[in-house]
Design a protein around this ligand. Structure first.
Ligand SMILES: C[S@@+](CC[C@H](N)C(=O)[O-])C[C@H]1O[C@@H](n2cnc3c(N)ncnc32)[C@H](O)[C@@H]1O
Ligand code: SF4
Ligand code: SF4
Ligand code: SF4
Length: 342
């Protein structure tokens, strides 16, 4: 029988913050949202694409010569960040930028780069190939209460593949978590949830217009789906609020968020403060990041958010702290990435 194929950016082994226990997280490529802060920018487009990993670039020009679409320009100044010590080029000189509008993703440039400065993100794999990786750590799942998490990008944007993967995991008695934006039609999402144990679900912004402005889509469907999800008693759902400076951390939005969660009869919410290193991945692939890079989300602002949400009778937890509590054997944690790039 023909196997379902999906497109992935990464398989992360021993993931410790994507649900209970020690997990393998499969990052699917492609998302119908385009959140301005997304820490996985390579996960947004639905096809393999080339990125310029500028720290490895020596500016030899081979790629520009071969590019059939004239998609490479040499206009951007090399960023002068303190951690660019490893950069092989001359600090302050110009570096290549790939014009994504012009790029044909033919990957001829990748072939002529001898310095691993051009990387292809996105690999097609079958369900069996992914499951072979996932099953390798079954002992760790059994010991820690962990399992398989599908994230991305957006796993529900590849519904058939996602469903087939979750089903395959359940057949092997591996528990499953779905890290989803919730932006998918209910009849499809509902079927995916039949093979899901844990749902990680964001409330990114309660204001419809601002949700459109920051993510590209309205929150109507996302909120409707959440209400349907929590009415199912076969799922454990974790509501998370990513705290993003100047995006969704206003008092007004936090009040609206608290009120909404309370109206659903939920008792717990998890805060996910903006990742200080989210901008690193943008910087490495040469895309501008609209927030401060390398700055931790201020503790006092997180406390204010916590106080506001608590005033709605909610138990407010930090996602990372919760995850640490749920890992039984921390000594076996050892972040290992199987990066699916060239
Ligand atoms: C990358 S998303 C993938 C799953 C799904 N598309 C979603 O949005 O929930 C996984 C989680 O990362 C969070 N996230 C994305 N960018 C972030 C950032 N810069 N700082 C903190 N959390 C971030 C999202 O809010 C979401 O909870
Ligand atoms: S990306 Fe590679 S081929 Fe292109 S200029 Fe840099 S080192 Fe040379
Ligand atoms: S992938 Fe092809 S079109 Fe795109 S920059 Fe490389 S050579 Fe040019
Ligand atoms: S929905 Fe998730 S994967 Fe998609 S852009 Fe937003 S944070 Fe990134």
């Amino acid at each position: 029988m023909k196997q379902q194929m999906g497109i992935l950016t990464n398989i992360q082994k021993f993931a410790s913050n994507d649900g209970p226990g020690i997990r393998t997280t499969v990052f699917l490529k492609g998302c119908r949202l385009n959140c301005k802060w997304c820490h996985n920018p390579e996960g947004v487009r639905h096809f393999p694409e080339v990125f310029h990993f500028w720290p490895n670039c020596i500016n030899c020009g081979n790629c520009r010569t071969i590019c059939p679409a004239d998609a490479m320009t040499e206009t951007r100044k090399a960023p002068t960040y303190p951690d660019q010590k490893g950069w092989k080029g001359k600090i302050g000189s110009k570096i290549i930028t790939i014009n994504k509008e012009k790029c044909l993703n033919c990957f001829q440039c990748v072939e002529v780069c001898d310095f691993d400065a051009l990387v292809v993100s996105g690999k097609f794999m079958t369900v069996d190939e992914v499951m072979d990786e996932v099953e390798k750590d079954i002992l760790f799942y059994n010991e820690s209460g962990g399992g398989l998490t599908l994230s991305g990008g957006e796993p529900t944007a590849q519904p058939e593949f996602t469903m087939a993967l979750l089903k395959a995991a359940k057949e092997k008695k591996i528990n499953t978590a779905l890290d989803t934006s919730g932006y998918q039609s209910w009849p499809i999402l509902e079927k995916i949830l039949d093979y899901t144990d844990y749902v990680l679900y964001d409330l990114k912004h309660l204001d419809r217009k601002k949700h459109i402005n920051f993510t590209g889509v309205s929150n109507d469907l996302i909120l409707e789906n959440l209400e349907k999800i929590i009415s199912r008693n076969d799922l454990t759902t974790y509501i998370r609020v990513p705290l993003l400076p100047g995006v969704n951390d206003s008092e007004e939005n936090l009040q609206a968020t608290g009120k909404y969660i309370q109206s659903l009869g939920l008792k717990t919410v998890y805060l996910l403060p903006a990742h200080p290193f989210a901008g690193q991945s943008y910087r490495l692939v040469g895309i501008d990041y609209p927030f401060p890079i390398g700055e931790s989300y201020p503790e006092e602002k997180a406390k204010i958010a916590q106080t506001i949400l608590t005033s709605y009778g909610l138990d407010v937890k930090m996602w990372i702290a919760w995850v640490e509590d749920h890992i039984s054997d921390k000594s076996s944690l050892n972040q290992t990435d199987t990066v699916l790039t060239k």
